[in-house]
Design a protein around this ligand. Structure first.
Ligand code: 5GP
Ligand code: ZN
Length: 115
């Protein structure tokens, strides 16, 4: 837990969020500024600053994140049409919140390459 971290505050219930899935490892909630009809943030409960701070102890957690992303896409019925899982790392990679998270985007055609 980081006192200054907005995602830690959401996880602690101190700031509201539209949670669509949660378990002992992570939460998933609607992005406040969605970039697609389905845009969820999958956030581990453990405060990890960036992808570069992951260790082998986090391997199961990262695998679990991908499994949950697929489950949400399936349950919300956009899995078959296609979806994208994105992790932005550091400022040049578009990271704005310094608690690792994965964007799950779907519900429209997603172009490539991303901006
Ligand atoms: P990043 O740019 O760090 O990869 O993504 C941060 C994401 O968090 C952005 O898509 C932004 O809209 C979202 N976000 C920032 N603050 C909040 C918040 O308080 N609640 C929710 N639900 N999403 C947030
Ligand atoms: Zn945090």
């Amino acid at each position: 837990m980081s006192d200054s971290c907005i995602f830690c505050k959401i996880i602690a219930g101190e700031i509201p969020g539209k949670i669509v899935y949660e378990d002992e490892v992570l939460i998933a909630l609607e992005d406040v500024n969605p970039k697609a009809p389905h845009h969820y943030l999958i956030i581990p409960r453990k405060h990890i600053r960036t992808t570069l701070d992951l260790t082998t102890a986090d391997n199961d957690m990262v695998g679990h994140i991908f499994q949950v992303a697929g489950k949400i896409a399936h349950d919300m019925e956009f899995a078959e049409d296609g979806f994208r899982i994105v992790n932005n790392c550091n400022e040049g990679g578009g990271q704005a919140v310094w608690h690792i998270h994965f964007h799950l985007l779907g519900g429209r055609d997603l172009t490539w390459p991303p901006g």
